[in-house]
Design a protein around this ligand. Structure first.
Ligand code: PLP
Length: 385
């Protein structure tokens, strides 16, 4: 079978450092090393003294204990530290997914596990969120119909990328019931957990079901994507199996990154990092929402609950790949075309940058979008208004 590429990552990796304004990111603008050192009380002498050795390859015990601490009832041996949540997703999928297996995969979603499962020879059953007016509706009957004895795992992302929507407790329980009925695993990607705009922590799958891998990391809710630190929290046995696979991938996280991550997840520092993210989200979302509101003849959207992303439907005479390319090439502004989530009349707009950059980005978008809107109105009038 032909290799299934991860189009969104390829597009972002190709362009995000080439454009003047990057609105393709799903997290808030990252903290600097200096900010993190100040928050953690790390000095340059501390860093200079750090041995650049291989660290404990499943993660040092202090780091794993910090991660376990915000997964109630978990212990450090149920935690595997990985290189980003992307590696945790990779290892969980690799462990769980054999050729011929079926995976039920929530859509729209970050494509990673979908593409990986297909590359590992599994069959992916898509479970789509339905857009209904002002909500992303969750079709639990459809989930029940898709889950069968062949289902090896149900894969969900809550809070979700790209919609920013999150499951309530009843939905989490219903997904678990569907998995329990057939003995399937759940991979719950919770990397946006803690990045809720209203500050109300999302319901976690953790602690509600045994055959569960929760993945997460420092990239989104903590604003530290460059540390490339993530984790899987699961049973001790599954953590060991995934660790055995990690011997073949990255062995261990980088020593400097793991050291800084250990400081970042000390409870008081963790709270401050999460508060920083919330501040940025609460400040920036109204800026984007006002910009969209001025153009509600062509955009409609459901306010995200979490993450620095809005998944916005538009009505313009260009498909999302062409529109994203026009924005990138004409005004140097990158965002993610909905086609990368197989929703071609959508755009994913990131609102995590510092305010001045966000406003600059939106002005640039307006330079392309507004003439297209005017042209569309003109044509509509010419044909009968
Ligand atoms: C849902 C989801 N999972 C995982 C990742 C990978 O993130 P990282 O490896 O930086 O933790 C992303 C990145 O955008 C994401 O949106």
């Amino acid at each position: 079978m032909a290799f299934v590429a991860f189009e969104m990552e390829r597009y972002q990796s190709t362009w995000e450092h080439q454009v003047e304004l990057n609105l393709s990111e799903s997290g808030v603008h990252p903290a600097t090393l200096g900010e993190l050192m100040e928050l953690t009380g790390t000095t340059t002498d501390d860093l200079a003294a750090l041995a650049l050795e291989y660290i404990q390859s499943n993660g040092g015990s202090e780091l794993r204990e910090h991660i376990a601490a915000f997964h109630p009832g978990a212990s450090a041996d149920e935690v595997l530290v990985t290189s980003g949540s992307a590696e945790a997703n990779f290892l969980a999928t690799w462990e769980l997914c054999q050729p011929g297996d079926e995976m039920v995969f929530m859509e729209p979603n970050y494509f990673q596990i979908h593409g990986l499962a297909e590359n590992f020879g599994a069959r992916v059953q898509e479970w789509w969120l339905q857009r209904r007016d002002q909500a992303w509706e969750i079709d639990l009957e459809r989930l029940d119909a898709l889950v069968s004895k062949r289902t090896q795992a149900i894969v969900v992302t809550s809070p979700n990328n790209p919609t920013g929507a999150r499951f309530d407790a009843d939905t989490v329980d219903a997904v678990i019931d569907a998995a329990r009925r057939v003995g399937a695993w759940i991979i719950a990607d919770e990397v946006y957990h803690g990045a809720e705009i209203d500050g109300n922590e999302s319901v976690s799958f953790w602690g509600r079901y045994d055959r569960l891998v929760v993945t997460g990391g420092l990239s989104k809710a903590y604003g530290l994507p460059g540390l490339r630190i993530g984790w899987a929290v699961t049973t001790a046995q599954m953590a060991k199996k995934m660790w055995a696979r990690k011997d073949y991938t990255t062995i261990s996280a980088g020593a400097i990154n793991a050291h800084l991550a250990t400081g970042a997840l000390v409870p008081e520092v963790r709270e401050r990092l999460l508060a920083r993210t919330r501040r940025i989200l609460q400040h920036n979302w109204p800026i984007l929402e006002a910009w969209l509101g001025e153009r509600d003849d062509c955009f409609d959207w459901i306010a995200p609950a979490a993450g620095a992303i809005a998944f916005v439907r538009y009505d313009l005479p260009l498909d999302s790949l062409a529109l994203a390319e026009k924005l990138r090439s004409e005004v140097g502004c990158l965002l993610v075309p909905g086609a990368h989530f197989r929703m071609p009349d959508y755009l994913r707009i990131g609102f995590g940058p510092p305010e001045a950059r966000l406003r600059d980005g939106l002005e640039r978008l307006a330079r392309v979008v507004d003439p297209l809107r005017a042209e569309q109105t003109h044509q509509a009038c010419a044909t009968g208004c």
